[in-house]
Write a protein that binds this ligand. Structure first.
Ligand code: FAD
Length: 289
């Protein structure tokens, strides 16, 4: 099916993109990698009259370190995340997860900003960036604001992003030596979205877990932090019994939609299992195994 008619705009600067958004209002939509927006337009779920393509704005792409913070341009592709030395050293959770997104074509065009702004509970970057403690930078006519990843997602395809705002960057605190992370994703086949997935990043202090973030993909109306599970592990020497307890907390917080990937019971159970695996792998990595 063909999308309905639209006009295409290719601004060269962030300022020009913002001006277009102000001028065109609700009739316009931002185009990033197009791997979620274009299928929705072809199915006529989205019928924007104007597309504002951000691909020509170089300032929105790239991964840099600013002191203890890693700054990722919103238009950075999944493949650029996979290849980044800065992330390999400062936040390996992101390249690990990006390598599990879609297929080579999707990773070549799809952007981290688009993956987050789309608000799809099945997308991986929302939970992954939550586990990495990310803050999102949003720019609109009233200026710039920052929103923590844990407060960005309100429901399925529903976020705090205003229609006239652009996500410009994702800011992540660089991890130190005793930090370990992992993304455990169950999918039916290569290229599929998650049936259930868990992102974990934890820090050890002499064998004790001094901090941990656990976030889940596709087992609720939006990605979410499993705060009860985090509290059960913080300040403890994590053993198998505590990992099981954390998995139970995660399963109690799940509210997955039934679809071809499984029913509520199966998806909930798999979320618990992905959590166990991600915690165990994070522990091993933090301990340098
Ligand atoms: P687009 O499709 O261009 O835009 C998506 C939405 O975000 C639009 O509403 C757009 O207006 C808005 N938007 C984009 N960028 C910005 C910005 N900077 N500021 C404000 N709004 C913005 N994703 C996964 O996470 N995991 C998967 O396993 C996975 N598998 C896939 C398999 C297939 C076959 C396909 C086609 C897609 C898959 N995806 C998966 C989705 C893919 O990662 C998309 O690329 C992603 O969801 C959207 O990013 P995009 O850059 O393509 O954005």
């Amino acid at each position: 099916m063909f999308p309905s008619k639209f006009e295409y705009h290719a601004p060269g600067t962030i300022e020009a993109a913002l001006a277009l958004m102000e001028e065109l209002g609700d009739d316009a939509k931002i185009l990033a990698g197009g791997h979620s927006l274009l299928p929705m337009m072809k199915m006529r779920f989205a019928t924007p009259q104007h597309l504002i393509d951000l691909n020509g704005i170089a300032d929105l792409r790239g991964i840099d370190r600013d002191g203890d913070t890693i700054v990722i341009g919103a238009m950075t592709t999944e493949n650029q995340i996979i290849a980044s030395e800065v992330l390999a050293n400062g936040c390996p959770l992101l390249p690990e997860a990006a390598g599990q997104i879609g297929d080579p074509q999707v990773r070549n065009r799809g952007t981290i900003g688009g993956d987050i702004c789309h608000g799809d509970p099945a997308n991986d970057q929302p939970a992954v960036t939550m586990a990495a403690d990310a803050t999102y930078v949003l720019l609109g006519p009233k200026g710039e604001r920052t929103v923590h990843s844990s407060e960005f997602f309100l429901g399925s395809f529903y976020t705090v992003l205003e229609p006239d705002e652009i996500m410009t960057a994702i800011r992540i605190p660089a991890a130190n030596g005793s930090t370990g992370s992992a993304y455990a994703k169950l999918k039916r086949k290569t290229g599929d979205w998650a049936t259930a997935a868990a992102a974990v990043q934890l820090t050890l202090d002499g064998g004790t877990c001094s901090s941990i973030r656990i976030a889940l993909t596709n087992v609720g109306p939006a990605a979410f932090r499993a705060t009860a599970a985090e509290e059960a592990l913080t300040g403890k020497q994590i053993d198998d019994a505590l990992i099981d307890a954390a998995a139970e907390h995660v399963m109690s917080a799940c509210d997955p939609a039934v679809d071809l990937r499984g029913d509520v019971e199966y998806k909930t159970h798999m979320a618990g299992e992905m959590t166990r695996r991600a915690i165990r792998q994070s522990l091993a990595r933090a301990a340098g195994a």
